[in-house]
Design a protein around this ligand. Structure first.
Ligand code: ZN
Length: 141
């Protein structure tokens, strides 16, 4: 039985395990402790806190773009998930950036589902207060 016990202790004091995201170490009580690697992989950038943009999304109209949409190459609206198409195909022409969807279809889907495609609903977030456009001269009814 002593042998059995030794084996178990050996396991508990396994020094380190790497899984690519965390370094797993074990503390004195044998509890696994996950620590992120010191240098995060270069491809992963920290997700910045969302801040309201200044330029309206062509699809949902919320101010989600920080640069003019003519310059926002591959910019994806966080509220409706429309991918900005700098070639601006117009209301009823298919947008290559959006898998051939037209802006009109994107808007209709956003109204219906809350995103430009039903399967993208889980990726979107509600608009920030600062992203809701203030209509000047229209102060509600
Ligand atoms: Zn949008």
């Amino acid at each position: 039985m002593d042998d059995e016990k030794k084996k178990r202790e050996k396991f508990l004091f396994l020094p380190e395990a790497h899984n690519g995201h965390f370094i797993i170490t074990f503390d004195d009580s044998g509890q696994a402790v996950r620590t992120p690697p010191e240098a995060p992989p270069a491809a992963v950038e920290p997700i910045p806190e969302p801040t309201p943009g200044e330029y309206p999304c062509p699809c949902c109209g919320y101010l989600t773009f920080h640069i003019p949409i003519e310059a926002a190459i591959a910019g994806i609206c966080p509220v409706c998930f429309w991918e900005n198409d700098v070639f601006d195909p117009g209301e009823d022409d298919p947008s290559d950036e959006n898998g051939g969807m037209t802006l009109r279809e994107g808007r209709e889907n956003f109204r219906k589902y809350g995103a430009v495609r039903p399967d993208l609903v889980r990726y979107v977030r509600p608009p920030l207060p600062g992203e809701i456009p203030q209509k000047s001269g229209e102060n509600g009814a």
